[in-house]
Design a protein around this ligand. Sequence first.
Ligand SMILES: *Cc1c(COP(=O)(O)O)cnc(C)c1O
Length: 363
Amino acid sequence: MGGNELKYIHNAFDTNWISQYGSNIDEFENSLENYLGNNSHVTALSSGTAAIHLALRLLNVEEGDFVICQSFTFVASANPILYLKAVPVFVDSEEQTWNMCPEALEDAVKYCIQQGKKPKAIITVALYGMPFMADEILQISKKYEVPVIEDSAEALGSKYKGQFCGTFGDLSVISFNGNKIITTAGGGVLISKSAELKSKTLFLATQGKDNEEFYNHSELGYNYRMDNIAAGIGRGQLETLEEKIIQRRKNHDFYQELLKDSENIELFSAPNSDFFSNYWLNTIILKNKLSKEDLKDKFSQNNIETRYLWKPMHLQPLYNGCKFFGNNLSGTLFDTGLCLPSGTNLTDDCRLRISEVLEDEIH
Ligand SMILES: *Cc1c(COP(=O)(O)O)cnc(C)c1O
């Protein structure tokens, strides 16, 4: 926590807005709109998953519709497709950013069209904070007129060609879950490009109550609004964002220096200066004989937590039988990758302990 979170929470208590209304929510949304720029209209919600669900609803996704989704991601990117009984079509990653491969995406769009149904949406992800190939993906979206839902749950503060992640999609999502770069404990936002879409989002997120004096409902809504306490935490956290990005990028610099000459361990880094990552997590790929299980065990023995990369959706039992386009690069990444300690509070002492574990494995 940065310090001002409690001040904003007290503000909610003092004004008695312990509710899904209140000034913390308004201020949190306004601050994010100012930060992101690009005509962003932000709606604060109870989670990033809820935001993806509402994005699909705003695009009128219905039972049996195709929705294309990046395979290499956390399961929350894809699950809302199933909430709506739509049909996920998964797309592999490319090597430079590990995000959606534009060629495989085009194949997937063509497949859907051949099946007689244009996909309703493309869910593309900025995984581990790395921006995706926005120019290429948006060009395909435009060519086939299929809207993009940008899942930048992990990528607040990341930029592509100077533009913030969260502003590329027709609809975009950022998460404030406890594990993300800044948090509201649980929370997320949906970012749209018009006041009209924001008000439709708000309508769906607050039980779909019609504009009447009485409780009249003609559409199915949800209880998905962020509350005024969580938004208070978010206001305080936003004030610390720049500092946290600097810290995370310093972690990356540390790993880069440590691993720069290694033949056995490759640090995943931005392909060029168009891609500015918040480096939410630092990830490595193991080469030669080193196994992810052995290295993870070795870290554990030294009381250091590491994690495997996300297991791609096309390999998940839950999504067994779904159509997949690509060469299984994401599967290879899952087989050979590891996430290293990347918190904003990583001390020099922590770094020393990490280098001691990695030392024998570098060459
Ligand atoms: C965290 C995350 C989500 C879901 O966000 P929640 O706020 O936890 O619901 C979606 N997609 C990705 C890639 C995530 O990392």
